[in-house]
Ligand binder design. Structure first.
Ligand SMILES: [Zn+2]
Ligand SMILES: [Zn+2]
Length: 417
């Protein structure tokens, strides 16, 4: 007896899948993806075998009993016309059930049991998706499941029929816990899918938390460093919100005067005030930003263009408006800013740059027509040193409403905003 799980694969799809190699979008990939997504919605766990239903629910006792008594189906086998292996079925269950009642099902123990009793960790379904591909959209509370899969030799370099590795999905879903597990095993960012798309090309558009995590990992791997990382005291390493900034260079932070003094012998060679050599002078342009973009255009923006909490509710996204800090009258203001090359693409090479502070109490544009030199200097640094050439964080001083100095000599570590 075969169990359909409510799924069906038409002959046309079967025939297409018999073709060897990976599918590009244009060459059947788009069609296959659409079919897979639409058909997956019909997935019905009640149309699985009793054993698979127990796996789906993370019902440890029932699964163990069946395996121990030799009444389980072949553990290396699959169910449904999609050819789901038992590890995949468990992950599909964890995705659905954890959302309803976190913690009440024993997915981790059940997965551990299955993998140690012979369920393959790299079995692929009809579209070549392994259990790791399916884990992309698991909740972050399931970090243990990713770790368990990798411990049992699930291979993050496996590609599906589009040539995609699971990493791309983890980035796309902003799945930080899966991402951190994959980074721990130094996953390869350069593997390209059939359309030439790689994780390295994709991640800069995946929201600021993903970008910060990947860039930090990359710096560690390559042994490079960046200023302002993780808001720690430059001397003792203490992390806290209320650190004092070095008033001269604005690039390091200290928890106390003692720490500043202790570090001075080392820091003095790096500590340089703003100058024309290390900073670009630009004229901020204050106008409402991005009010003319459509929801569809915004959906293609990195989440950093929006307030973080509304990054997923694009329809109701709050668009940051141009703003001059209200206390500017009190004197020049030092700011940490994110500067981003225009979201709608930069086909002409002349698109405005967008500038924000974390809480958007300062937001402006930098227009090429207001001064080519400063504009170009900033843009060159973003292009060459920002992730994906899209954006970078800098220290800046707002001297007046008409004058912003951006310290382009030092690209700051990615902040989580
Ligand atoms: Zn300190
Ligand atoms: Zn300094």
């Amino acid at each position: 007896m075969s169990f359909t799980g409510g799924l069906c694969v038409p002959v046309a799809v079967k025939e297409l899948l018999e073709r060897p190699g990976y599918f590009t979008k244009a060459d059947g990939g788009a069609f296959l993806r659409e079919f897979y997504i639409k058909e997956s919605v019909k997935f019905d766990p009640f149309k699985l075998s009793r054993f698979a239903q127990a796996v789906f629910c993370g019902h440890y006792d029932l699964v163990k009993q069946a395996v121990d008594n030799g009444v389980s189906p072949d553990l290396t086998g699959t169910e449904t016309p999609f050819l789901y292996g038992y590890a995949t079925i468990l992950v599909l269950g964890a995705q659905r059930i954890m959302q309803a009642r976190p913690g009440s099902f024993r997915f981790s123990e059940t997965l551990e049991l299955l993998l140690s009793r012979g369920v393959p960790a790299n079995i692929a379904d009809i579209l070549g998706c392994t259990v790791l591909h399916h884990s992309n959209s698991l909740l972050s509370s399931n970090k243990g499941l990713f770790q368990c899969l990798l411990r049992h030799c699930a291979d993050p370099a496996r590609r599906n029929r589009f040539g995609e590795v699971c990493l791309v999905g983890a980035l796309h879903h902003g799945n930080l816990s899966m991402l951190s597990v994959l980074l721990d095993v130094n996953v390869d960012f350069t593997l390209e899918d059939a359309d030439g798309y790689s994780a390295w090309k994709h991640f800069p558009t995946c929201g600021s938390q993903v970008v910060a995590m990947v860039m930090k990992w990359d710096r560690k791997r390559t042994g490079t460093s960046a200023a302002y990382e993780d808001k720690v005291c430059d001397n003792c390493g203490e992390r806290r919100a209320s650190l004092k900034i070095c008033s001269r260079c604005k690039l390091v932070r200290y928890c106390s005067v003692c720490c500043q003094a202790a570090q001075w012998a080392h820091h003095r060679t790096l500590c340089k005030p703003f100058s024309t050599a290390n900073s670009a002078r630009v004229v901020p342009y204050f106008s409402s930003i991005m009010t003319s973009t459509t929801a569809q255009q915004r959906s293609r923006l990195p989440a950093m263009c929006l307030y973080p909490e509304s990054a997923h509710g694009l329809g109701t996204a709050v668009i940051p408006m141009a703003q001059v800090p209200k206390d500017l009258v009190l004197g020049p203001k030092t700011l940490v800013v994110k500067i981003q090359v225009a979201c709608s693409g930069d086909i002409t090479g002349m698109a405005d740059l967008m500038v924000y502070t974390k809480k958007h109490h300062f937001a402006c544009m930098i227009r090429r027509c207001d001064g080519v030199e400063g504009y170009q200097r900033i843009k060159d640094v973003i292009r060459s040193r920002g992730p994906g050439g899209l954006k970078a964080y800098f220290v800046a001083v707002l001297l007046s409403e008409d004058c912003l100095l951006v310290r382009v000599s030092d690209v700051l570590a990615e902040q989580q905003w």
